[in-house]
Design a protein around this ligand. Structure first.
Ligand code: AMP
Length: 579
């Protein structure tokens, strides 16, 4: 496949503001891609080279890419920097310089998708001494052969600003359409994706093999399983009414970790499915030594724990363990304890479809406790009063609440349903629970803050069915002056000239941004409002947050699609009015 064809598809995606059109363009792209290369196209659309858990990044700073552009187009670095100042997009810089240069050539080279992908791969794999020069020259080589439109997308990909704005759900729908003409394969594709977190691999199975092979898809230790999530209810009575006798566990507030033991190796994955084993050497050590099986997958929440006082530390303290430097020192100063709450694979067997009841027994049998490994505190009950007592007890020890889990349910990879139900303080009436919103734009503002150029954020929630983001609030408080400034500079890096296809909003902010950053907000209540598009239908107006205020800065552990969903907002609104 010629890369120029891929670039033309990208150009069309960039131009459309309609989600359905984007879906058609993508499915045509997938149809045209040779089966054996479908994984590469998927990775590029996801702005990665391999699935995220392989942690393979191109790792080229803007300065390096500027040098590659200069070398490829025969102009000085100074000229590249000048043009960049003017255009603010290295893709456009490369496109323009390449136009000027290519007009001199009689017969430009034909780049293939593989040429481009391999150059990305080689660049990502070169590391250590001398790698800066190697990376610059590989990319200069490919840019030297690229047509202007190709150069634009190659450069944007390299610095992580491809900004096609397509989410995984749209990619899955488009794969289905490319294969059989409609979206009906989506569920099967998603199921396989949930088990391996590698959409490239799933697409390849579908296109090279067949639909049946998707159905037989199995988990593999070493590849993360997309994590199960919880629904919420507001009282113990509702929980017992919904799922009957259940396991009720403490809800720990730390890092969610999925730990894979594969022989002598241990891989730990974050909620975002990135491999972060290097951050937690004490947990790696304990799993290697105290889980008695060649291969195993367990899940738990890790929290900094004070052995002497038996105290769990607050989230802010645990967060300091997310770091790149001084890891050994910190692991001794602030050791983590892993509160294990699930076991998905052990002794060569996949237990994701077995009932929780059975998985609990396996956990109790196969994990040697102590040494930083603990089982999550748990009772089994069908009595709401007992749930309430347990709830009050864990709250008094600094936990966030409880999770009630259906005893006969398998593990819902990648799903949020009533197999797991969370109960936190504050679900009872007023909205003291926070909501995770995605920033979709900002308003420059008047008054005191106008001097920073940012007065309020326009924020949205995620509509899962449509794979789009819908507005729910303007947020103008909760940050310090420094934080507003920092936020503005981060948002300017992802600003867009026009509303992207996946955002739906009546309110037009001064600056649209790529839906990327999630922040936590508190509000007094969820109200109905004709201004916002979250939950809006032809007959009903949308939902809005009353007096929203930011409670956190950008949440690095959450992707835009992990924000609170429209469905959840609807349920929270109902809970409020039920009281
Ligand atoms: P939330 O992030 O509020 O949707 O709550 C779900 C999160 O609670 C999970 O993603 C875990 O990180 C965390 N958690 C804490 N304790 C447990 C537990 N016992 N079982 C499952 N998840 C837990």
């Amino acid at each position: 496949m010629k890369f120029i064809d891929v670039a033309k598809y990208f150009d069309n995606i960039e131009k459309t503001t309609k989600r359905l059109e984007m879906f058609d363009i993508l499915s045509n792209l997938f149809k045209e891609t040779p089966n054996e290369n479908i994984d590469k196209i998927i990775y590029i659309c996801q702005e990665q080279i391999k699935p995220p858990f392989e942690s393979l990044k191109i790792d080229m700073a803007e300065k390096m890419l500027q040098k590659s552009i200069a070398r490829a187009t025969g102009v000085s670095l100074k000229k590249v920097i000048e043009l960049y100042k003017n255009k603010g997009d290295l893709g456009l810089v490369a496109e323009e310089l390449s136009k000027a240069q290519k007009s001199k050539l009689i017969q430009p080279d034909e780049l293939t998708l593989i040429d481009v992908y391999d150059s990305f791969l080689k660049t990502a794999k070169s590391s250590g001494v001398g790698s800066v020069d190697i990376k610059i020259s590989i990319i200069a080589g490919i840019l030297g052969r690229a047509k202007p439109l190709e150069a634009k997308y190659i450069c944007r990909f390299i610095i992580g600003k491809l900004r096609l704005g397509v989410g995984d759900p749209t990619l899955m729908d488009s794969l289905s359409k490319a294969k059989i003409g409609d979206r009906s394969l989506r569920e099967k594709i998603e199921k396989a994706y949930n088990l391996c977190s590698d959409l490239g691999e799933v697409a390849k199975k579908l296109f090279i093999e067949d639909i049946e092979s998707l159905e037989k898809f199995k988990i593999t230790p070493g590849k993360p399983i997309r994590m199960a999530l919880a629904e919420r209810l507001s009282t113990p009575e509702e929980i017992i009414e919904k799922i009957g006798k259940c396991a009720v566990e403490g809800k720990y507030d730390g890092f969610r970790l999925q730990c894979h033991k594969i022989g002598k190796q241990v891989k730990i994955f974050s909620r975002n499915l990135e491999e972060i084993s290097y951050m937690f050497p004490e947990i790696v050590h304990s799993i290697k030594k105290y889980i008695k099986s060649e291969k195993a997958i367990i899940e738990g929440e890790a929290i900094v724990y004070n052995e002497a006082t038996e105290e769990l530390m607050p989230f802010q303290v645990t967060m300091t363990r997310k770091r790149k430097y001084e890891i050994d020192k910190k692991s001794k100063e602030l050791p983590l304890k892993l509160f294990i709450f699930d076991l998905l694979y052990i002794n060569g067997k996949d237990y994701t479809e077995k009932p929780l009841r059975e998985r609990i027994k396996l956990m109790e049998k196969n994990i040697e406790l102590g040494n930083g490994l603990e089982l999550a505190e748990r009772i089994i009950t069908e009595n709401p009063e007992e749930v309430d007592r347990f709830f009050e007890n864990v709250i008094s020890r600094g936990l966030e609440g409880v999770l009630a889990k259906r005893l006969d349910a398998g593990y819902s990879a990648g799903g949020r349903n009533y197999d797991w139900i969370k109960l936190k303080r504050g679900y009872k009436g007023d909205l003291t629970d926070t909501i995770d919103v995605v920033i979709i734009g900002y308003i420059k503002g008047r008054g005191a803050r106008a001097k920073f150029g940012i007065g309020a954020l326009l924020a949205g929630v995620y509509d899962k069915k449509e794979d789009s983001f819908k507005s729910i609030a303007r947020i103008g408080s909760g940050f310090s002056e420094e934080k507003w400034q920092e936020l503005k500079s981060e948002l300017d890096k992802i600003s867009l000239k026009q509303k992207p296809a996946r955002i739906e909003s009546e309110i037009k902010p001064d600056v649209w941004v790529e839906p990327k950053y999630v922040i936590e907000v508190a509000a007094d209540e969820i109200t109905k409002s004709p201004m916002h598009t979250a939950g809006r239908t032809e007959k009903e107006s949308g939902y809005a947050l009353r007096f929203p205020r930011a409670k956190s800065f950008i949440r690095v552990d959450k992707k835009a699609e992990d924000a609170t969903s429209v469905e959840e907002i609807k349920k929270m609104h109902k809970m409020q009015s039920d009281v």
